[in-house]
Every structure is written in structure tokens, then in C-alpha cells.
Design a protein around this ligand. Structure first.
Ligand code: ZN
Length: 499
């Protein structure tokens, strides 16, 4: 194989895919035509190429070994998505076209999620949820079962014991160690979670968490009462102002293309498309206001600034591929500014008491997500252990309900599953971010987000792309390992302390 050519073509392929995503989801192009691009680059994703890179990992060392592993991951994931594209397209199209009837009117299945989280009436909310679950059970699950069982079989054909060991090799870390870390987090936060979430449910809903359902939480999380601080019209200017304080002038940053125009069919959630790293990065936003919208803007803005600051001297593998816990960690680093009192006061103009209320609320949401992902990982490890998917729906409901106490119904057991254990990238990113923030706060203080020096530090670590893993970056900063205790302590601190 000509690796030089492979790298070049792989970079062109990713550029074209990301450009297509950008055009479609920004509402500039009605249809999404990935098929053609995949056909054009078909030869990149063959079984033989995947086996070639697998062997190359064993026969190389140092930098070459790392690059071989990144290419093996890229090639094999591409091979899997190409081979099972028909069935995954069918699943996606079904989800996009199904309607559910609410009060005599038909709504798109996907949109019904937004209606649900804005619905204050308990009975109506639960009725929408039950209709969503029924469609999932009847229409989506039969295909999803076929899909997951095909992937389980494929992992064995690729020479692995199961789907889990395939992805542990592709991602390059041990999922079972991560499971142990998250078991510790769950155990150490059991009491504080139950106690505070129960009180919060009582205050917001008039009943406790033991009578709550996942659909009730969707409404609580929407938190309309904070909307006055998260105005639609300030979203972009606050983000730019924050970047300016860190020494990044986005108006003169030619390689970050901000797309903020309102357009029909534009994705309501902000997103980032790194079409050419680092020279052509799209940051797409359609402001709607609210704390979720701000969170998404800062998260995606974090990805955009990371990719835009990657050194153009780095090889393809380090600019585009690697461990996504790194870029997710950088994204959370900006998103989680919402946990910092000084930031809420100086950029969002909250007074001290509003900031305290908001940090407490965010702390509960944060702990919910950490415990949810702990449960997802535990469940997904079980789901992917065997070839056949049998009786997993009750296990899904049991694990998620145990971790979150509110009721999780079994029907979503195949839909609420991350492709290729992406849940582990988020978990590692949260751990990484907690330690990175510990470093930033001790080095630059609580006002770090308005310090050019802190901005210079970020630009420096951004410049390596994803060449280094979270463990390697933390090692440079003087930490021994990726350590879950920082994440646990911070999660507890947000809820317990008087800020
Ligand atoms: Zn992200």
C-alpha cells in the first residue's frame, strides 16, 4: 500500500464529507449526498486495508505505531459504516419520517422531543413519551436489533472476540477500567444525588424523584426560569467577547467561518465542521436562547477554536484523527464555564444569588449526566458482550433506573446506544476537563477566562491537534494519570458548596 497516497486521499475524503454535512445541516443544500462521496473513496475502506493497518500497529513503534493505530481506527470505522450503510440509512430515514399525533395534530418524531421538554402538563408530557416509546418498540427496534447483531458478527470476522474488544483496540484504552472509575463516581455520589434531586423534583414538580420519569427530567432540564440571562441576541457577541478576552479576535480569524444567518432547515443546535484543519473551520449557529443553547455554542466554539489553532505542520493523522476525548475535553472546557461564578457574574451579568442558583441547578444536571453515562457504559458493555441481543431491554431499564432513580423505560434499549462506544470519549473528556480546569485555575486563577496568558496556554495545547492523548497532555502538566477523583470532587462541590 502507498501510505502517502492513502493519507492524502483520506484527508480529501474527510474534507468532502464535512463540507457536505456543513452545507446540508446549515440549510444551504436540501439533500445530504454522502453516498457519492463514499463511492468515490470506496477503496479506502476495504477489509484488506483494515487488516493491513492492524498488522502495521504490531510491526511499528513510537510515532509510527501511534499513526498506524489512528489509521486503523479511521479505516475500520469507515469499513463498518460503508458495509452497513443500507440498514443504518433505513433506521435514520424511518426516524426522520415517522410522525406522532399530539392533540389531533401530526408532529415529526424527532421534533416531538422538543415539544416534550417544553410541556409543563404532566399527563400530556407522559402521553407524548408513551407514544414515542411505542413507535420505537414497533418500528425502530426490529431494525436496530438486526443492525447491532450484524455489527457483533462483523467484529468476530475482523478477528476480535466481540464488538467490545474491537473498539477497545480501535480506541486504544480499556473500557473496563473506565467502568470501575465510574462505579466509584456513582457510589460516592449516591446519597448527594438522591437527596438533592429528590428535593429538586419536589420543588419543581410537586412529587419526589422516586415517582419521577426520565421525561419529567427533560422538562426540568429545560429550565425556562433562567432564560432572561441567556438571551438569543447576546449569544454570539458574548462568545466572541469571551474569545477576545482570551486573546482570540474572531473578527480577524479568517479560518473560522461563523455562519449565524437564520435559514429554514438549519439545524437548531450549534455545530462545528472542520472541513480543512486548520484552514477552513465552520462554526454554525442558529441562536434560540436559553442555557442549553449557550452550552452548545460554547461547546462547539471550543471544537472550532481547537481545530483552528492546530499547527499546519502536523501530519494528517494528528490534525484529523486520534482520541476524540481530547477535542471533547477542550469543548467541555469552554462549555463548563457555566459552572464558574465569576464568569456568570462578569459575562452573563448575573448577581451573586442568581449565579448561586444557576450553579446549583447546573451541578444537578452535571451529576445526572455523569451518572447516566456511567449507566450507559455499564449497559453497553453487557449489550455488546454476546453475538445475539436477547432480554437486554429489562437490563437497560434496571441499570439506568438504578443510577438515576427516576424511571427509565425499557423500550429505548437499542436506540439509546452510542455508536462505537462514543460514550467512553465523553466520560474520558469529562475526566480530562476536570484536571485541565484544576491546572488552569491554579495557574491563572478564577478570572482565567479573561486572561491572555490563559488564552496563550490554550492555543499551545490546541496546536497539537489530537497527537497526544489526555493522559499524555496531563503528564506534561504534572499529573500522574487520568484521575476520576477530580471529576467526583468537582461534581460534589458544585452541588454542596455555598458559592
Ligand atoms: Zn463535542
Amino acid at each position: 500500500m502507498n501510505i502517502e497516497q492513502y493519507r492524502k486521499d483520506a484527508e480529501d475524503f474527510l474534507s468532502k464529507v464535512d463540507k457536505e454535512y456543513y452545507l446540508h445541516f446549515s440549510g444551504r443544500k436540501p439533500d445530504l449526498n454522502l453516498d457519492e462521496i463514499y463511492k468515490q473513496y470506496d477503496y479506502l475502506f476495504t477489509f484488506d486495508n483494515s487488516q493491513y493497518f492492524k498488522k502495521l500497529i504490531d510491526t511499528s513503534d513510537g510515532d509510527s505505531k501511534k499513526k498506524a493505530r489512528f489509521l486503523f481506527q479511521f479505516c475500520t470505522e469507515g469499513y463498518l459504516s460503508k458495509k452497513y450503510q443500507n440498514i443504518s440509512d433505513k433506521i435514520a430515514n424511518n426516524e426522520a419520517s415517522y410522525k406522532i399525533n399530539i392533540d389531533g395534530q401530526d408532529y415529526a418524531f424527532r421534533y416531538s422531543d422538543i415539544i416534550l421538554s417544553n410541556e409543563s402538563g404532566l399527563d400530556k408530557r407522559r402521553d407524548i413519551d408513551s407514544k414515542r416509546r411505542q413507535i420505537t418498540y414497533e418500528i425502530f427496534n426490529p431494525d436496530l436489533k438486526i443492525y447491532w447483531e450484524l455489527l457483533h458478527r462483523e467484529a468476530i470476522e475482523l478477528g476480535f472476540d466481540n464488538y467490545t474488544s474491537l473498539f477497545m483496540q480501535l480506541k486504544g484504552y480499556d473500557f473496563y477500567n473506565l467502568e470501575k472509575d465510574m462505579d466509584k463516581l456513582v457510589l460516592e455520589t449516591n446519597d448527594i444525588y438522591e437527596d438533592h434531586m429528590d428535593r429538586f423534583f419536589n420543588r419543581k414538580m410537586g412529587f419526589g424523584i422516586h415517582d419521577g420519569k426520565a421525561s419529567d427530567f427533560a422538562f426540568i432540564k429545560r429550565a425556562k426560569e433562567f432564560d432572561i440571562f441567556f438571551k438569543k441576541e447576546n449569544l454570539v457577541s458574548i462568545f466572541k467577547e469571551n474569545m477576545r478576552l482570551l486573546g482570540v479576535d474572531m473578527d480577524r480569524q479568517k479560518n473560522v467561518i461563523m455562519d449565524v444567518e437564520e435559514r429554514e432547515n438549519k439545524s437548531p443546535r450549534a455545530f462545528c465542521c472542520p472541513v480543512k484543519v486548520p484552514s477552513e473551520i465552520y462554526l454554525v449557529v442558529m441562536p434560540s436562547g436559553g442555557q442549553d443553547d449557550y452550552g452548545a455554542m460554547f461547546h462547539e466554539g471550543g471544537h472550532a477554536e481547537h481545530f483552528a489553532n492546530v499547527s499546519n505542520r502536523l501530519d494528517f493523522e494528528y490534525r484529523y484523527l486520534g482520541d476524540n476525548s481530547v477535542t471533547e475535553g477542550f469543548a467541555f472546557c469552554l462549555e463548563n464555564l457555566a459552572y464558574e461564578k465569576e464568569w456568570l457574574i462578569s459575562l452573563l451579568k448575573m448577581d451573586s444569588s442568581a449565579a448561586n442558583d444557576f450553579i446549583y441547578f447546573s451541578g444537578l444536571i452535571n451529576l445526572f449526566f455523569l451518572r447516566r453515562y456511567a449507566g450507559k457504559l455499564k449497559y453497553e458493555l453487557k449489550l455488546h458482550e454476546n453475538l445475539k441481543v436477547e432480554n437486554m431491554d429489562s437490563l437497560y431499564s434496571e441499570i439506568l433506573t438504578r443510577n438515576l432513580i427516576m424511571k427509565y423505560y425499557p423500550e429505548n434499549y437499542l436506540k439509546d446506544v452510542d455508536e462505537g462506544f462514543y460514550c467512553t470519549s465523553y466520560i474520558r473528556a469529562w475526566m480530562f476537563e476536570a484536571q485541565l480546569k484544576d491546572y488552569i485555575l491554579s495557574k491563572f486563577g478564577t478570572g482565567w477566562f479573561k486572561s491572555k496568558k490563559a488564552g496563550d496556554f490554550l492555543k499551545e495545547i490546541w496546536s497539537y491537534g489530537q497527537k497526544y492523548s489526555p493522559e499524555e497532555i496531563l503528564d506534561f502538566l504534572g499529573y500522574k494519570e487520568l484521575d476520576v477523583n477530580y471529576l467526583i470532587n468537582n461534581a460534589i462541590y458544585l452541588i454542596k458548596s455555598e458559592h
